[in-house]
Design a protein around this ligand. Structure first.
Ligand SMILES: [Zn+2]
Length: 301
């Protein structure tokens, strides 16, 4: 069996899935992340790999989906919200533990690769994978490969400013990164909640706003309208640069069904083309995209 193991190293759980050559999951295990303990994190991953190989009776390749990014300058993890990983030589340390070459990519890139390889964007040449969750991230896959970029930030559109603010975008929110009106401050879950609170005085989480909107509550319907219009504006600027065949949405906010009709109608006025062929689609693999994309890091030589 040609075994590919993907490990999703998250802030609260570590999950391993072992895929066979057809992409079918042959083994899966999920454990709690040893928070704030780097050595225990390495041990936990090594145990997951050993268990999978014992169960399946085969040795396989290992790919890791990490938070943050690999710094090309230092070869170490940076920008991870699991802060005990920052500054660590995770790739080298895992290679030593596992006695093989390991490939790493950040979780947004793994999401994009998963959906481009055998998910909602299968067969598409250029894919932009978008995470709309606690934060806003993104990854680009071109012809089956992750585009890393010179700074390892390709696709990270969340800290660009929202294009051309409109009246109801004001006052421009301050982002934790120090800039104002970052896309993330509007389109993350907390961003949606804050926008709804500003407009209505009502404190609801993003999932509750979506539920209340589905029940017809006017203020929540308006919040989703504003969100869809901002998402369209923000994605249009990506389309004008990257011109992807498919944009796949992921993260908690990708579950709102109306985006897939509203946004392609709304982005037409901001895309510099008379005809727009780019498709906006929901994810096929949902929460499995981290492990699947990590496994597919070994899909190519
Ligand atoms: Zn920012």
């Amino acid at each position: 069996m040609n075994l590919r193991m993907g490990v999703d190293l998250g802030g609260t759980k570590i999950e391993l899935a072992a895929l066979d050559e057809s992409g079918e999951v042959r083994h899966r295990e999920r454990i709690a992340t040893p928070v704030d303990d780097y050595d225990a994190t390495l041990d936990a991953i090594a145990r997951l790999v050993a268990t999978a190989e014992r169960e399946l009776g085969a040795r396989g390749s290992v790919g890791i989906a990490t938070p943050g990014a690999l710094s090309l300058a230092t070869g170490r993890i940076k920008n991870a919200n699991s802060t005990w990983l920052n500054g660590r030589a995770l790739k080298e340390d895992l290679q030593a533990r596992l006695d093989r070459e390991v490939r790493l990519a950040n979780d947004a890139n793994c999401f994009a690769l998963s959906e481009a390889t055998d998910g909602a964007a299968r067969g598409a040449a250029i894919v932009f994978g978008v995470i709309l969750g606690t934060g806003v991230g993104g990854g680009i896959v071109a012809h089956g490969r992750i585009l890393e970029g010179a700074n390892a930030i390709a696709g990270e559109w969340g800290h660009n400013p929202l294009p051309l603010p409109r009246a109801d975008d004001h006052p421009l929110p301050l982002c934790y990164c120090g800039r104002r009106a970052c896309i993330e401050t509007y389109l993350s879950g907390p961003g949606l909640a804050a926008d709804h609170a500003r407009a209505s005085g009502e404190r609801l989480g993003a999932a509750e706003i979506a539920q209340h909107a589905a029940q017809g509550e006017a203020a929540c319907v308006q919040a989703l309208r504003r969100y869809a219009e901002r998402l369209a504006r923000a994605l249009a600027s990506v389309v004008n640069v990257l011109d992807p065949d498919v944009i796949v949405l992921g993260g908690g906010l990708s579950r709102v069904a109306r985006w897939y009709e509203d946004v392609p109608r709304l982005w037409r006025e901001s895309i510099f083309s008379d005809e727009v062929r780019t498709r906006l689609v929901p994810p096929a693999h949902g929460d499995s995209s981290g492990v699947r994309g990590a496994a597919w890091l070994w899909n190519r030589p």
